[in-house]
Write a protein that binds this ligand. Structure first.
Ligand code: 13P
Length: 238
């Protein structure tokens, strides 16, 4: 199975137009490709009603079950937006940047699992760690913290922070090295079946080169997923 995820982040999307642009092509996609759209909280309901043939994911969730947590949304409330919610991203670098620790990422994941929502775990090093040759310890620290309590994500996305939103994806050598670190860790944990994805400036131009890498089962796409036609061009190349 291959996975292609659209992370719309906080962008405003004309959902009907996106659907029209995307739907014109969707018969051309392979059967073994699961396409997952992750809109903001408000658009979850409309997306799940309109995209009957796509999976739906949220972008974040509270680490708490319920209570006095102003501005937060629980896993149970996500399901109120749509009971078709299948996935939720945790540990995205843009959320970690706001203060989510490895501990919080794991707590969020546990809330999701308790509500039968599949976590998509994002990990990835920053430019400084890469430059200092500390990528392996950075990634292993994120992984060890996550798996400490027996939490298990459905998918893991390697998203190097230095390649997000810049229009140029990480090179094959760097992606391969990182995937090898993650694969080795998963093998040691006997969890090598967890599919690995890449995210960071994926586009219709570079998707084939990226997906040629072994270990890779899919991609997580930000900017190039905002336009239905462009996202369909990516999906067609799987
Ligand atoms: P871009 O594709 O815009 O670089 O974003 C990647 C990302 O953060 C997906 O979660």
């Amino acid at each position: 199975m291959k996975y292609l995820i659209a992370n719309w982040k906080m962008n405003s999307i004309d959902i009907s137009k996106w659907k029209n642009d995307f739907e014109n092509h969707h018969k051309e996609f392979k059967d073994n490709l699961e396409i997952i759209v992750c809109p903001n909280f408000i658009d979850l309901t409309e997306c799940s009603e309109k995209f009957t043939y796509l999976s739906i994911g949220a972008q974040d969730v509270s680490s708490h079950r319920e209570g006095s947590f102003t501005g937060q949304i629980s896993a149970k409330q996500l399901l109120k937006a749509t009971n078709k919610l299948k996935y939720c991203i945790v540990g995205h670098s843009e959320v970690r940047h706001k203060g989510d620790s490895n501990f919080l990422v794991r707590e969020k994941s546990e809330q999701l699992i308790n509500n039968k929502i599949e976590p998509i775990l994002c990990i990835g090093e920053d430019k400084e760690s890469l430059g200092k040759g500390e990528r392996e310890s950075f990634l292993l620290h994120q992984l060890n913290s996550y798996f400490e309590n027996g939490s298990c994500p459905k998918l893991i996305a390697y998203e190097p922070i230095w390649a997000i939103g810049i229009g140029r994806a990480a090179d094959q050598k760097n992606i391969k090295e990182a995937l090898e670190i993650i694969s080795k860790f998963l093998k040691y944990k006997k969890l090598e079946k967890i599919p690995l994805l890449y995210g960071g400036s994926v586009s219709a131009e570079n998707i084939e080169e990226i997906m040629a890498l072994s270990y890779l089962s899919g991609c997580l796409v930000g900017n190039s997923s905002l336009d239905g036609k462009e996202f369909a061009r990516i999906a067609k190349k799987f």
